[in-house]
Design a protein around this ligand. Structure first.
Ligand code: PEP
Length: 254
């Protein structure tokens, strides 16, 4: 069943790059990934680069994602960006509930749920990030944490296959210490079974589940070969166009 889902690689640039750097990156990257057809490629630049990236990837199969959104449609919310604005800029995806937003900006499952609904209403596919901290892992609470985060985020939503879930153990993000592929697969399977329980088996089999956390070309194949892992959300290594293109090629051929 796993191979029926299209593989997906998402580059989370986080708060990196100004326009000249993005253009330089895209010159290299678009050249390297020419001819890629089985793997879906998504770039998530900061808000300030969405338009620049959109223009450069026009006519290619590369898609655009935002790193966050606000749940209201419009109004007096200084500094915030709505799903409608992202849709207008051509975003097909939006990352929601990244652990950095949960930890540094106090995002709760309730807030994340509102953001998911706003994205779905605007027909933008949310990439919901979930994952346990090191303390939670050591206490053997990984599955309980994943269940709380997913139940909280998906509460009351009418779901289709229009959702991506990224399993991102917090202790693996930006640390250089990745989860073992088998360990990530166990969490991905747990997530899929939970989605089946909350919605239905068909939706659970269709949604894509990514692994994220210190993925790089040298370890990526181990993840993408797992039956329930459909690709990766990549932070640090996605800032190098050669490295990110290498991962796309691995996803395409293995
Ligand atoms: C991320 O930010 O989602 C991430 C997985 O980062 P990194 O690849 O740097 O661990």
């Amino acid at each position: 069943m796993g191979r029926e889902r299209r593989r997906l690689l998402v580059a989370n640039w986080k708060m990196h790059f100004v326009r000249a750097q993005a253009l330089e990156y895209l010159k290299v990257f678009t050249e390297r990934v020419q001819g890629i057809s089985n793997t879906e490629i998504v770039l998530a630049p900061p808000f300030t680069l969405l338009e620049t990236v959109r223009r450069e990837i026009q006519g290619t199969a590369i898609k655009l994602a935002a790193q966050d959104l606000f749940y209201e449609r419009k109004g007096a919310f200084t500094g915030e960006i709505s799903a409608i604005m992202l849709k207008d800029l051509g975003c097909a995806y939006v990352i929601v509930g990244h652990s950095e937003r949960r930890r540094l900006f106090g995002e709760t499952d309730e807030l994340i749920s509102k953001k998911l609904r706003a994205a779905l209403d605007a027909e933008i596919t949310p990439i919901l990030c979930v994952g346990e901290t090191l303390e939670e892992r050591r206490a053997g609470r990984t599955q309980r944490v994943l269940e709380t985060q997913i139940r909280g985020a998906l509460a009351g939503l009418a779901l289709s296959e229009n959702l991506v879930i990224a399993y991102e153990p917090v202790w693996a993000i930006g640390t250089g210490v990745n989860a073992e592929p088998e360990e990530a697969e166990a969490s991905a399977l747990f997530i899929r079974e939970l989605v089946a329980q909350l919605f239905d088996t068909e939706i659970a089999q269709k949604i894509r589940i990514l692994y994220g956390g210190s993925v790089k070309p040298a370890n990526f194949e181990g993840f993408v070969r797992q039956p329930n892992i459909d690709g990766a959300l990549v932070g640090g290594a996605s800032l190098d166009p050669e490295a990110f293109a290498q991962m796309v090629k691995i996803a395409e051929c293995c």
